[in-house]
Design a protein around this ligand. Structure first.
Ligand code: AP5
Length: 190
């Protein structure tokens, strides 16, 4: 199965993707994690991305697409994948269609996790305290939410317009949200 997980910062994309990959037997590809790995390794790409990420802005489409294509061309992606954090704007959604056509792996479904903004702040404040992620401070979270509303929210309509979108309530326990996603995907749980 090939899925895009959509949702605002803190909506639970990473948390659910980690569980879904076990349930579906596919890989989890997070562009945020790929970028953070480049930053941690101090590569040229990571040095270019670091300040942009810490400001809560989007890294350039070209950099992210190149990184994503390299990952999806690895052998373990052949069995399917969950994309978390991509596409982030309508241009990336179009680029993803073209990439998936190039590698012969068309998308099955996009899943949108809906969570109220006040709860997003609470969750990211909790993660800031627990993990110290640099872009989880309140000011940068506000910026990330504003970028999401302006650039990423239109991606929801992009998939809805082609009848490939499932909307899922992302509020509840991790298990409850996981069960809703699997039900939306029509996956029977043992
Ligand atoms: P990225 O890493 O993608 O960050 P994000 O979209 O802001 O997502 P988050 O990781 O904050 O949230 P999430 O929805 O995954 O929630 P999570 O499960 O972690 O991107 C970071 C940056 O990289 C971007 O700002 C940008 O600069 C750059 N970037 C990445 N992709 C890009 C792209 N395609 N183009 C350009 N730039 C790009 O959960 C959050 C917290 O909530 C956790 O503490 C978790 O434990 C908790 N939680 C989760 N679910 C629940 C629940 N059900 N109940 C209670 N708590 C919960």
């Amino acid at each position: 199965m090939r899925i895009v997980l959509l949702g605002a910062p803190g909506s639970g994309k990473g948390t659910q993707a980690a569980r879904l990959k076990e349930a579906l037997g596919v890989i989890h590809v997070s562009t945020g994690d790929l970028l953070r790995a480049q930053v941690a390794a101090g590569t040229e790409l990571g040095r270019a991305a670091k300040a942009v990420m810490e400001a809560g802005q989007l890294v350039s489409d070209e950099i992210v697409l190149g990184m994503l294509e390299a990952r999806l061309r690895e052998a373990d992606a052949a069995g399917g994948f969950i994309l978390d954090g991509y596409p982030r704007n309508v241009a990336q959604a179009g680029a993803l269609d073209a990439l998936l056509a190039r590698i012969g792996q068309p998308l099955d479904q996009a899943v949108q996790l809906d969570v109220d903004e006040s709860l997003l702040f609470d969750r990211l404040a909790g993660r800031a305290a627990a993990e110290g992620r640099k872009d989880d401070n309140p000011e940068t979270v506000r910026q990330r939410l504003s970028v999401y509303a302006a650039q990423t929210a239109p991606v929801i309509d992009f998939y809805a317009a082609r009848g490939a979108l499932k909307r899922v309530d992302g509020v509840g326990t991790v298990d409850e949200v996981l069960a809703r996603i699997l039900a939306a995907l029509g996956v029977a749980v043992a």
